[in-house]
Design a protein around this ligand. Structure first.
Ligand code: BDR
Ligand code: CA
Length: 311
């Protein structure tokens, strides 16, 4: 049983990641969901996280509101991808469950102190996680691993030619995390662009009942952007790759390499400079995942979503 904290900015793909984690209580103990501004502003990411937990029938998970802007920059959002609510595609009931007391950063710090061996799962900009590490560096000893969605190498950028959205939004926060010395596993666009929905995969979700229908509606909405931009067959399920990696690491492969974050250049802000070929001699600091067994990933996701909602 792995104890995890999901730090997130939902987002349709964040939503599917959260559902995958909540559907896996045999393997994952979700201590808290901590929300950050990213795909949409914080008031919407906190609202969306509560709607997702209610959809899953898991209203006992503490959901904390966190940072409403990056460490040193103006917030950049992604309504052009996720719609104005961040969860466009299906209208869910207004959430009833309250937010948990306390700021997300304080929750990360206190939960990490109380749970040696905890894993952090960031699915959005790294503002909350970096702020927690800046405020309480000693928690690094208790964090066994950070498994995050962010960055790109061969695929390069989705928000700029050089940068992936999560890292671009708060590069200074990403730099703190990548320099933290904590075991780091990174699911970049190189792998998430291989976890693509197809019609048969979406129809399998839709056949699963209310939660599956929501997942299908979200991916129907979300895929229009990637189809138009990349000419890809469907939507990349970026953030669920993080949770799938925790559940079935053998579906993924990558390399332990050095990854540095560009924080200076306006042209390449937020670029993950990944030394895939080992040309710099810089010490490795991250396992950069490059490949996934996409059929295995979708089989896992379909089987787990079929378990929801829990009553
Ligand atoms: C990442 O950015 C967001 O739009 C998604 O939720 C994902 O976390 C992909 O670049
Ligand atoms: Ca996200």
């Amino acid at each position: 049983m792995r104890k995890i904290i999901i730090d997130t900015d939902p987002g349709q793909d964040d939503a599917v990641a959260i559902l995958l984690a909540l559907a896996s209580p045999d393997a994952l103990d979700v201590l808290a969901i901590t929300c950050v501004a990213g795909n949409v502003p914080l008031d919407l990411t906190t609202r969306n996280a509560r709607m997702i937990c209610e959809l899953a029938g898991k209203v006992d998970v503490p959901i904390h509101a966190g940072c409403d802007r990056p460490l040193a920059r103006m917030l950049v959002t992604a309504e052009h991808v996720h719609g104005k609510t961040g969860l466009d595609g299906i209208t869910l009931p207004d959430p009833k469950m309250p937010l948990a007391d306390g700021h997300a950063v304080d929750a990360i710090i206190s939960l990490a102190k109380a749970n040696p061996g905890v894993t952090l799962c960031p699915l959005g900009p790294l503002t909350n996680v970096a702020t927690a590490l800046n405020q309480a560096p000693e928690i690094a000893d208790n964090i066994v691993e950070i498994v995050l969605m962010g960055g790109a190498y061969f695929e390069v950028g989705n928000i700029t030619p050089a940068a992936e959205f999560n890292i671009y939004v708060d590069p200074e926060a990403a730099e703190v995390v990548f320099k933290s010395g904590i075991k780091l596993t990174v699911l970049p666009l190189d792998v998430t662009h291989k976890a693509l929905t197809t019609r048969p995969r979406v129809e399998q979700f839709r056949a699963l009942g209310s939660v599956g229908q929501a997942v299908a509606s979200w991916t129907d909405f979300f895929e229009r952007f990637d189809k138009q931009k990349y000419g890809s067959e469907g939507a990349p399920l970026h953030d669920p790759c993080v949770i799938a990696y925790l559940l079935r690491p053998e579906l993924f492969s990558g390399r332990y390499i050095n990854v540095e974050i560009e924080v200076q250049s306006p042209l390449t802000r937020g670029m993950t400079v990944a030394d895939w070929w080992g040309v710099t001699g810089r010490a490795p600091n991250a396992t950069f995942i490059g490949d996934v067994d996409a059929d295995g990933f979708f089989n896992l996701l379909t089987e787990r979503i079929s378990r929801l909602p829990v009553s």
